[in-house]
Ligand binder design. Structure first.
Ligand code: PMP
Length: 407
C-alpha cells in the first residue's frame, strides 16, 4: 500500500476510532462501512463459502445468508423479499429499470415512447434514458426550482398518455434536495406510466416506502454497507416487469443473472437492518451536526450561500458557496483536516460544471465556489466544529488573497 494511504486503513478514515484526521465528510459520494456490516461479511470472506445456487450444504448456508439479507433490505423499504433483486449497485439498477422497461414495452407492442426524468438525476439515469433516443424513445427532462425541487406543475404538464416511464430521484446527491416522488407517482399513475425512483441517496437516511412505485433503485454504499452491491425493487403489483439487460443464468428471477456475491449481500443486509433500527437517531444526529457546522461558520462571520431547500433536505447534507473562493483551492487547503468535495464526486476532474448546480441556475462563479459536505452517523460534534474552523480559516485566506475579504 502507498505510504500516504496507510492512514486510511481500518477505522481511521471515518473518524470513528484511532487516527482521526482527515475527518471524512463526503457521505454523498460514499458512506463509511458500518461495523455491523463489516462483521456480517467477515465469515463469508474466510470460510469456504459456497455458491448460493449450489444444492449442497455450503450452497445452502450461503443461500440462507443471501435470503436473510434480502429480508432486511426489503424490510427497510416496506417491500416483500421477492420484490428485491440484487445488482452491482444503483448504477446497474437504474439501467435495468430504464432500459429494461423500454425493452419490455417494445416486446409487448406498447405504443408509448416517452421517458420523463428530471434535470438533476444521476448520470446513470440521464445517460440510460438518452441512450434510448437512438431506439425511437423521447426524453423529457423536468426542470427544478432554484431550491432543487421538481415543480409538480411541470411534471403534470410533461407526463402524458405517451409517457412510458417516469424516473425521478428520491433525494439529490449534490444538494440533498428531497423530491416530491409520491405526488409525481400519482400523476404518472393517473396517465398509465410506470414509475421508477432512484432511492440511492434517500433510502436508509429518511423513511421510505417503496409501495407506491413500480421500481426503486438502492445502493448499499450510501447506507454504510459495502460498495459493489445494490438492488432493484420491482413491485409485485407493477403492470409488467423490465426485461433483463444481461443474459446468463436464472438468478434473481432471471432479471439479473450472475453468481450472487454472498459477502457483499450479507454486508448490505446488515447495513439495511442497522439503518432501519437507527433511522430516527441517525436523522437527529446528522441534522444536529449540520446545524452546528453552519452555526460555527456564522459565529466566525464566514459568509456563505447554502443551496437547496431548508425544509426538504437530507439530514446532514450541506451544499454551500463561498463567494470569491475557488472550491478546488479550498478543498486542497483543508485536505489535511477534512475530506470534502466540490459539486458531485462523479464530476470531479472534469471541466464541465455540475449539471445539478446549473439546473438550480447558479452563476458560473457560484458553481466554482461550491463545496459539498455530509455529516453522517460516525461523525461527531468535534468533527462539525473542526470543519467550520478549518473552512473559516481557509476561506479567510482565499478571500483575502482575491481582495474579497469580508468582515
Ligand atoms: N444514484 C444516485 C442518486 C447516486 O448518488 C449514486 C452514487 N453517486 C448512484 C445512483 C450510483 O450508485 P452506485 O455507486 O451504487 O452505482
Amino acid at each position: 500500500m502507498h505510504d500516504s494511504l496507510q492512514d486510511f486503513s481500518g477505522a481511521g478514515a471515518d473518524g470513528r476510532a484511532g487516527n482521526p484526521r482527515p475527518v471524512y465528510l463526503d457521505g454523498h459520494a460514499t458512506t463509511p462501512l458500518a461495523p455491523e456490516s463489516h462483521a456480517a461479511m467477515e465469515p463469508w470472506w474466510h470460510a469456504q463459502a459456497g455458491n448460493p445456487n449450489s444444492p449442497h450444504r455450503h450452497g445452502q448456508y450461503a443461500d440462507a445468508a443471501v435470503e436473510a439479507a434480502r429480508g432486511h433490505v426489503a424490510a427497510l423499504i416496506g417491500a416483500m423479499p421477492g420484490e428485491i433483486h440484487f445488482t452491482s449497485g444503483a448504477t446497474e439498477a437504474n439501467n435495468l429499470a430504464i432500459v429494461g422497461s423500454a425493452l419490455a414495452a417494445l416486446a409487448r407492442g406498447e405504443r408509448r415512447r416517452g421517458i420523463v426524468v428530471s434535470q438533476i438525476e444521476h448520470k446513470s439515469v440521464l445517460n440510460a434514458a438518452h441512450a434510448l433516443e437512438r431506439d425511437g424513445f423521447t426524453v423529457t427532462e423536468l426542470p427544478v426550482t432554484n431550491k432543487g425541487v421538481i415543480a409538480l406543475e411541470r411534471a403534470s404538464a410533461a407526463i402524458s398518455d405517451d409517457t412510458l416511464l417516469v424516473s425521478v430521484m428520491a433525494a439529490n446527491n449534490e444538494i440533498g434536495a428531497v423530491q416530491p416522488v409520491a405526488e409525481i407517482a400519482d400523476i404518472a399513475r393517473a396517465r398509465g406510466a410506470l414509475v421508477h425512483v432512484d432511492g440511492a441517496q434517500l433510502a436508509g437516511k429518511l423513511p421510505f416506502v417503496a409501495g407506491s412505485f413500480d421500481l426503486v433503485s438502492l445502493s448499499s454504499h450510501k447506507m454504510y454497507g459495502p460498495m459493489g452491491i445494490g438492488a432493484l425493487y420491482v413491485s409485485g403489483a407493477a403492470p409488467y416487469r423490465p426485461r433483463p439487460i444481461l443474459y446468463g443464468g436464472d438468478q434473481e428471477g432471471g432479471l439479473r443473472p450472475g453468481t450472487l456475491p454472498t459477502p457483499l449481500i450479507a454486508g448490505f443486509g446488515a447495513a439495511a437492518k442497522v439503518a432501519a433500527e437507527r433511522l430516527d437517531a441517525d436523522i437527529r444526529h446528522s441534522a444536529a451536526l449540520a446545524g452546528r457546522f453552519e452555526e460555527e461558520l456564522r459565529s466566525r462571520q464566514v459568509r456563505f450561500i447554502r443551496h437547496g431547500s431548508n425544509a426538504a433536505r437530507l439530514p446532514g447534507s450541506v451544499s454551500m458557496a463561498f463567494e470569491g473562493v475557488d472550491a478546488n483551492e479550498l478543498i486542497a487547503m483543508v485536505s489535511a483536516e477534512i475530506s470534502i468535495s466540490e459539486g458531485s464526486a462523479c464530476q470531479s476532474g472534469q471541466i464541465t460544471h455540475s449539471h445539478v448546480l446549473r439546473a438550480i441556475e447558479l452563476s458560473d462563479n457560484l458553481i466554482k465556489s461550491t463545496v459539498r459536505l455530509y455529516f453522517g452517523r460516525y461523525n461527531t460534534t468535534d468533527h462539525a466544529v473542526l470543519a467550520a474552523v478549518s473552512i473559516a480559516s481557509a476561506v479567510r485566506r482565499l478571500q483575502g488573497r482575491t481582495g474579497d475579504f469580508l468582515q
